[in-house]
Design a protein around this ligand. Sequence first.
Ligand code: KIV
Length: 292
Amino acid sequence: MSDAERQKITIPRLAAMKARGERIAMITCYDATFARLLARTDVEMLLIGDSLGMVVQGHDTTIPVTLDDVLYHTKAVTRTRPLAHVVADMPFMSYQASAEQAMLSAGRLVKEGGAESVKLEGGMELVDTVARMTAAGIPVMAHIGLKPQRVHQMGGYKIQGKNPDTADQLLREAEAFVAAGAYGLLLEGVAIETAAQITQRVPVPTIGISSGPDCDGQVLVLHDLLGLNPDFAPKFVKRYADLGATVTTAVQTYCTEVKTSAFPTAAHGFHREANQSLLPIGEKVRMRGRKP
Ligand code: KIV
């Protein structure tokens, strides 16, 4: 798509994409450098995911991530004024205590962070909260299925909706969130058939991750698809590049060149002004007219 054709991706545009059967590409993004690179692609949605806790901060789970952490990274992304729709993730315990807490936390992500919507992980227990948030004008994407913030409760990261009962429960949750005003659903770790059924059943876009091919769109963690995390290769990730190897090779070459004095050379530096009296006369003449 050319720059002139690119338009701001709004929630009504995302809804129209679902209606037309057009697939939606979403990706996580945590900083301005990547936000600028992603602006050159057709990606429609950027997620400042609480996965930043694992990808950027080095935690083992997303649980330690704070609202201020998500706010910091959201600001870094929105400063680049992306045309993609910006979704900020609500971290653990920034919304579960009450609808008031959820609205105040989401309000900060939208007002201070510049996010255009928020995402929260939940089930039936959060439907009323989402109804309050959407009634107050906060666009919400509901994240159902595998909920990484509940890793301890689940005893690991487990695929959801694999039998008729749990599939029915997920369908009911999906419909309840839509009735509460959610503009989209994120389906994580949902059995393929269940994800397909939910996608057919609801009028809003479904975005899948490890949920098979039949959702309206797909999300991946940027660092996973770029191969920046060489030790992480789960079945649901497709690696489109091997930037991990590119980075280590480049930095190792840099180290070697520094140690062997191959870098920097004079070509990478700046000469002193020609008329500076510290230079010997011959050197002054040689340097005349050079600009840094
Ligand atoms: O935090 C995140 O990046 C997410 C995606 C895995 C969907 O929630």
